[in-house]
Write a protein that binds this ligand. Sequence first.
Ligand code: GLN
Length: 491
Amino acid sequence: MGGEHLGPASYFWLLTEFMLKNLTIKKASELLAKKEISAVELAGQYFDLIADKNKDVFAYLEIFAQSAKEKAEKIDSLRAAGEKLPALAGIPLAVKDNILIAGQKSSSASKILENFTAPYDASVIARLKEAGVVFLGRTNMDEFAMGSSTENSAFGPTKNPYDFSRIPGGSSGGSAAAVAADMCVFALGSDTGGSIRQPASFCGVAGLKPTYGAVSRYGLMAMASSLDQIGPLAKTVEDAEIVFSAICGADKRDSTSVDYEYKKLEDFKLQGLKVGIVKEFLGAGLSGEVAESIRLLLKKLALAGAEITEVSLPHAQEALACYYVIMPCEVSANMARYDGIRYGLSKREKGGGMWDIYFKSRAQGLGDEVKRRIMLGTYALSAGYYEAYYLQAQKVRNLIKEDFKKAFAQADILLTPTAPTTAFKLGEKTSDPLTMYLEDVYTVPINLAGLPALSLPIGRDSLGLPIGLQLVAGHFQENKIMALGKAIERL
Ligand code: GLN
């Protein structure tokens, strides 16, 4: 635009960008409550911005313009009638493509589900609907949540809003990029081995992986059922906390969910807080710049009165190997349901009979990474290998859980990098799955132990790319990591 006169339309556009920039749930709900903006206007501004940015970022697979408008109108009329509305009423959000919203398509970014329409709401969606949110659309992801870069989407990769030549992380890359690019107020993601936290870290947003059992998984397409959790990606820790408290708690349709009400920690102090740093997580493989920004933060925490102690997770180095046995075993079982017949007939290939339909549909409807994991899992579960792999991995999983128990006897909260590096280039790791798997080295142990963990931005590297920090606490102690996360944001 350099030097030219701005027409009224451009001013309007600048205003939209300015308003949506870093717009939090708290700010947006204040604006809505004071009627400074209506829910319809707010959603409309997001759609304008999405229309402009999505061609570069490709965070959204589909937007829900019509249903969002209808929902926003309903909220506005309730407000006009003087109804007392919850904090999330009228707040626009994005949803990862593996979480079901009744009547909308849901594909897990896979060809095999390209024409699948969700017949019911996931429990988290039902809760958010009750709270009055406005769904803007569904976001891109690695196919069936398998990946760390969103490059495994069958529909093309999402780009990192900080640098379009880089990946946003994965598998919830579309959700993280949408939040970072101000294309929604907050988003939902899922995390099996790091898929909320690593993209949050690469896109400079806050992302929470709740305790296993804290949030219902009903209506989330299962990847590895003993590890999966749904959680928020948001602009601030406080926003993540608001969303988490709205979606957590028991659900009779998910027997692993636990009766749990979130309570904010009111009397949190840095003074005397025991912060544990994990010795094994600060060595080889960690980028110098990430290590340096963590060191700086530790200094500030110590100055504010926190006690920094070193803890050890001796079996953490086995965590990746353990995860890449247990996860594919569960994947191979969960993926068996996609046969080309159920869940929409998009990839049902004409063939000689039932087996032919199965083989052709799966061969053509599923991507390479998904197939690799189905094969790995099927092999590891087969007779003769089950004891050597699956059973052995379960034993290692127990050792990892024990390590965390011991660590939490010494520290209140653990502080680690979220990922070994900042966002890498598109295509940089696609030809070598093993280097891609190494992305999860600090996040996977948390899922194996079922613990809650938060990733939050703590700075930028020399290329201007966000650096993420991971905070981990004991089971159902989300309130501790939220309190420390907010304190770190203030620091
Ligand atoms: N990146 C990890 C994987 O590929 C984690 C995925 C996830 O959490 N869904 O398995």
